[in-house]
Design a protein around this ligand. Structure first.
Ligand code: BTN
Length: 275
């Protein structure tokens, strides 16, 4: 049933190949196994439910049946298609943050086009609706020295309330599309809209238009945020200004000095917390 509906819904998209599961451990893990056996560029793994869904920094990602979207797309040599990045060459490790942004931007644009919902990107990988997390992106890269061979772009979207984990288990407040919208959505139609956005941007990651579309949706622009690293590391306040040319986050400390954050083990929270 899930398999037939997904197959029919995605029939017109130029995907490399498609594997559909009622339940899988993690679509990222399943796609990594398949990639090792030669899955083509734009191979997609989708599951109705995950038993070991993963978020960033090893966190668990909750995916009960019929309530969420959980899928992973393989992008082979993703920074080598389309326009090249302007000289001086940005390190591939800096460019790779754009792939996480590709997923987040696609979800935002699909929410806008399908439901007229204004969505924001909590840099680097969360999609917010009404200030709460509704989707997360887990991009995992395969390198050969400093050459990026492939990226598995994993997306998880909370569609209905059953997908939202209990508040006690959350480090950031969460919501789902249906709660914000106020009515049920066709999850596979939404899946199609997200994938269509990814496909139309994936070879345009070096374009200023991509950076602008991403920056336009950045959450907390102009606001004070608290930047925190790994658990136990010191936090500090900063004002969020926007993105630099590499897609790194530009901030200013309380003395007006510039601070730049690369995609790494960092989190942002709204407000100005005591440190
Ligand atoms: C995060 O917010 O920390 C990222 C969450 C990413 C979850 C998705 S669900 C599909 C894919 N498979 C996984 O195991 N994780 C990603």
């Amino acid at each position: 049933m899930f398999r037939d509906s997904v197959t029919a819904q995605l029939a017109d998209l130029p995907l490399g190949d498609l594997r559909i599961f009622d339940t899988v451990d993690s679509t990222n893990d399943e796609l990594a196994r398949w990639a090792g056996q030669g899955a083509p560029d734009l191979a997609l793994v989708i599951a109705d439910a995950q038993t070991a869904g993963r978020g960033r920094q090893g966190r668990h990602w909750f995916t009960p049946p019929q309530a969420a979207l959980a899928f992973s797309l393989l992008l082979r040599h993703p920074l080598e298609a389309g326009d090249h990045f302007p000289a001086p060459q940005t390190a591939a490790s800096d460019q790779v943050g754009r792939l996480t942004a590709l997923g987040a931007l696609a979800v935002c644009q699909a929410l806008e086009s399908q439901y007229h919902l204004p969505a924001q990107i909590k840099w680097p990988n969360d999609v917010l609706l009404s200030g709460k997390k509704a989707a997360g992106i887990l991009a995992e890269a395969q390198w050969e020295n400093d050459r990026l061979l492939a990226v598995i772009l994993g997306l998880g979207v909370n569609i209905s309330p059953a997908a939202v984990p209990p508040a006690t288990s959350l480090i950031y407040p969460a919501t789902c599309v249906e709660t914000v919208l106020g009515y049920p959505v066709d999850r596979l139609n939404f899946l199609h809209a997200i994938l269509a956005q990814i496909l139309q941007w994936k070879d345009r990651l070096a374009e200023p238009a991509f950076l602008r579309a991403w920056e336009d949706r950045l959450a907390f622009r102009g606001e004070w945020v608290t930047v925190s690293g790994e658990t136990g590391q010191p936090t500090y306040p900063a004002r969020l200004l926007g993105l630099d040319e590499q897609g790194c986050l530009k901030l200013q400390d309380p003395l007006g000095r510039p601070v730049t954050l690369r995609v790494g083990e960092l989190h942002l929270r709204p407000g100005f917390e005591e440190v």
